[in-house]
Design a protein around this ligand. Structure first.
Ligand SMILES: [Zn+2]
Length: 143
């Protein structure tokens, strides 16, 4: 078990997260999605279905849905950094983080291309629920 917590967030601090991983960081390859939205952001996604993700929000983030509209991209409404993507399924939140938003993105391998847009909607959902963090908690920092 990798007990380290990896921190990250947007640039101004309104969105902050900490994640734990079940495996050594060398076992992970960030996925550079080739959809037009992710390409324009240079985003690469990291997740672990057996890890944990805690997100702290200060104020309302920017939420953007595109394509099949099943996933929500969360960016900071103030400094515009794209931080995570989430998907609600059966009352559960699944999410992946943008490796570029990590404080220590260098700890991970270079991103490899992924092409989820070629999958059908059901396949995509299945992939997300299998690959993404399933232990996700989002808290409002003002609470
Ligand atoms: Zn920000």
């Amino acid at each position: 078990m990798n007990v380290r917590t990896y921190d990250g967030g947007c640039h101004c601090g309104r969105i902050a997260f900490g994640m734990t991983l079940s495996q050594p960081e060398s076992d992970y390859t960030p996925r550079a999605c080739d959809c037009s939205f992710c390409r324009k952001h240079g985003a690469a996604w990291l997740s672990d279905a057996n890890g944990t993700l805690r997100v702290r929000l200060r104020g309302e983030p920017l939420v953007y849905r595109q394509g099949s509209a099943q996933a929500e991209f969360i960016a900071c409404a103030h400094c515009a950094v794209l931080v995570l993507v989430r998907h609600e399924h059966d009352g559960r939140t699944h999410a992946a983080v943008n490796v570029r938003a990590l404080d220590d993105a260098e700890a991970f391998a270079a991103a490899q291309g992924a092409s989820p847009q070629r999958l059908g909607a059901d396949e995509r959902r299945e992939r997300w629920t299998k690959l993404w963090f399933a232990d996700v908690r989002v808290v409002d920092a003002d609470d």
